[in-house]
Write a protein that binds this ligand. Structure first.
Ligand code: DX5
Ligand code: ZN
Length: 213
């Protein structure tokens, strides 16, 4: 069974509470935070996370696609994020960012862009609750999967298993019911899906199918 995390990036932002209710079959809620610098798009901040927190008791993971993420880690943790994920490419001192997340009381994740080699996880992997492997270039929902990333995901999974770690691998980008098993075969424990869930004719059925991947 995969853990399924619908990305609210593809939800109707004018009624986010109801949209979150509509994916109650899912395991987690994935929040995409974009700053218009690290990625071209701008989305939401800690105030919105605080506003949606009472609408769900699900595990909420905040994917920070923002430069110098340490500045906002405490704000997202205080707003109710259960896990905060920073991009390796956006942090100058990755170990410090990870410690800042933990000090703020959240679980810690590191995200890798499609072109970023997994060697950036050397010396920090043991500290992580989650590694987010981007399977599209971050910034927008509804993009096509970059299949060349799968071998990297496989190598990270092998390393986690060889070290006996409980670190989860989260795949993010281009995941739909028809290709979800390719992601779990490559080692993903957690599947993020935005357009694949929110644009589905039956959101619950889509979530159930992803969970079976
Ligand atoms: C992209 C975001 C993803 C996005 C995925 O930068 O990190 O979480 O919402 O969208 P889909 O599932 O539509 O590719
Ligand atoms: Zn994301």
């Amino acid at each position: 069974m995969a853990i399924v995390a619908p990305s609210i990036l593809s939800a109707d932002f004018s009624r986010l509470g109801e949209e979150i209710d509509s994916v109650s079959a899912a395991d987690w809620v994935h929040v995409d935070v974009m700053d218009g610098r690290f990625v071209p798009n701008i989305t939401i901040g800690p105030l919105v996370v605080r506003a949606i927190r009472p609408h769900t008791d699900k595990f909420m993971d905040c994917h920070l696609m923002i430069e110098d993420p340490d500045r906002y880690v405490a704000d997202f943790a205080n707003a109710g994020a259960d896990l905060i994920c920073v991009h390796a490419e956006a942090s100058h001192h990755l170990d410090r960012s990870i410690q800042a997340i933990k000090q703020a009381g959240a679980q810690a994740g590191v995200a890798l862009n499609p072109h970023t080699p997994e060697s950036v996880l050397d010396y920090v992997l043991e500290e992580l609750d989650l590694v987010l492997v981007m399977t599209v270039n971050p910034g927008f929902g509804g993009q096509s999967l970059i299949e060349r990333v799968f071998p990297k995901m496989e190598r990270i999974r092998k390393r986690i298993d060889a070290l006996g770690l409980s670190t989860l691998i989260q795949a993010d980008g281009g995941i739909k019911t028809h290709n979800a098993s390719d992601f779990t075969s490559a080692g993903a424990h957690v599947l993020v899906s935005g357009s694949g869930v929110f644009n589905a004719p039956d959101r619950t059925a889509a979530i159930r199918a992803l969970q079976q991947a």
